[in-house]
Design a protein around this ligand. Structure first.
Ligand SMILES: Nc1ncnc2c1ncn2[C@@H]1O[C@H](COP(=O)(O)OP(=O)(O)OP(=O)(O)O)[C@@H](O)[C@H]1O
Ligand SMILES: [Mg+2]
Length: 386
């Protein structure tokens, strides 16, 4: 589907109702049974994925898991070994890149160094044989959209990294593509610019409503920008879900570990909502693992609740109240990261993040004894332990 102008596109509404609505719509991009091998090495294994129109999807995973390979297959830059890709109902599986409907931005800005900023943006438009005046207007519109109207006559080398990446973005959306593909567009930028541009890209995407796929290995970037995250691991998709689903209900230990911080400890399954940790029981979130099997329990540092050194509070699962000693405290600006040791945990260290307020209110200090609660619904278990 081609879009006549930026203003002609309506942003997809967000929220659960919109998600439900969208769930009934046919997929805009449909990937089925995609495999990619480089010689003997299998980079993508049986990838199937549906992306709805107007969605902002992030491919997230560690280096080498196949994110770029999947993006390049969608772009037609590297053909898949097997499987199909449909865009807007059309089979694009074997089309060359020039016949596909997308704009792309790479990690390196990849602007033409010998062309001015406005010529860089106009590049794709020139091929569309539009009248000169229309191209000029469109370039002006795009420069304004990315907030760089005053830079039109400069060359790429005269702009900062963040500005160059905005120009690359303007160039990618110039012809109003149906699909915007971004491969780590922010990773070459310094932290502050990166966070700023995150918001800008997200805003722009909402405004245009263009279906967008962004590759990143930065979980914070994915959590803050994506409508849905595709977590990849060794060429397969481990989980697809909204940022909160992925964070709160990771399907695998890999996803739990990759997204956010975790404490992990070996346990034995002692019931549907119970695990045995050494000699004692701990209540956990309900699971389907067989009783007696070995498992790994996971709790995030932010989910550990401090109760001070003599708790009078009663909780539903008193076995999840644990005596600890504060071994170390590290001030991380927004919170304190504390290393806690506990006889209950066989001397293992628990990492807990406590707010500045809680530390002050409860008088938490290095060497002090206190109780912490591991809320049972936040104790997740996964099969196996190492
Ligand atoms: N042209 C190629 N020839 C051979 N192997 C390749 C080729 N391109 C990628 N690979 C391999 O396929 C795997 C996936 O690579 P890919 O570039 O998709 O990873 P990625 O998830 O994008 O990683 P990163 O975060 O480092 O960019 C890697 O093991 C890589 O070495
Ligand atoms: Mg990559």
């Amino acid at each position: 589907m081609k879009h006549e102008s930026i203003s002609g596109r309506v942003a997809a509404p967000l929220g659960d109702i919109a998600m439900q609505d969208a769930a009934t719509k046919p997929a805009y991009l449909q990937i089925d049974g995609l495999w990619k091998a480089f010689g003997e090495f299998v980079a993508l294994r049986n990838i199937s994925l549906s992306i709805r129109e107007g969605e902002f999807v992030c491919f997230l995973g560690p280096s080498g898991c196949g994110k770029t390979t999947l993006l390049r297959a969608i772009a037609g830059l590297d053909l898949q070994s097997r499987g199909t890709i449909h865009q807007a109902g059309k089979d694009i599986s074997t089309l060359p890149p020039s016949q596909r409907d997308y704009g792309i931005v790479f990690q390196s800005y990849a602007l033409f160094p010998n062309l001015t900023i406005e010529k860089n943006i106009a590049f794709g438009l020139e091929n569309t044989k539009r009248p000169r005046a229309e191209i000029d207007n469109r370039v002006k519109e795009l420069l304004a959209l990315v907030g760089l109207s005053s830079q039109a006559k400069k060359y790429p080398a005269q702009l900062s990294g963040g500005q160059q990446q905005r120009i690359a973005l303007a160039r990618a959306i110039a012809i109003s593509p149906g699909l915007l593909l971004l491969d780590e567009p922010l990773s070459a930028l310094d932290a502050k610019v990166r966070v700023h541009l995150r918001h800008e890209i997200k805003e722009l995407q909402r405004k245009l409503g263009v279906t967008t796929i962004m590759v990143t290995h930065d979980q914070e970037e994915a959590l803050s920008m994506a409508d849905r995250i595709v977590v990849m691991n060794h060429g397969v998709i481990d989980q697809v879900g909204t940022p909160t689903e992925i964070y709160r209900h990771p399907k695998t230990l890999f996803v739990a570990d990759f997204i956010g911080e975790t404490n992990q400890f070996p346990v034995r399954i002692a019931g549907r909502s119970k695990v045995a940790l050494d000699a004692t029981d701990l209540a956990c979130a309900p699971h389907d693992l067989p009783e007696g099997s070995e498992a790994t329990a996971v709790i995030r540092p932010v989910d550990i609740i401090p109760h001070g050194n003599s708790t009078s509070e009663s909780i539903g699962t008193p076995e999840n109240l644990i005596d600890v000693k504060v071994e170390k405290m590290e001030f991380l600006g927004a919170f304190w990261r504390c290393r806690l040791s506990s006889a209950r945990f066989g001397g293992r260290i628990l990492i807990a993040d406590f707010s500045i307020n809680a530390v002050r209110r409860l008088g938490i200090e290095i060497g002090g004894a206190m109780q912490v609660e591991l809320p049972s619904e936040r104790v997740l278990v996964f099969p196996g332990n190492s």
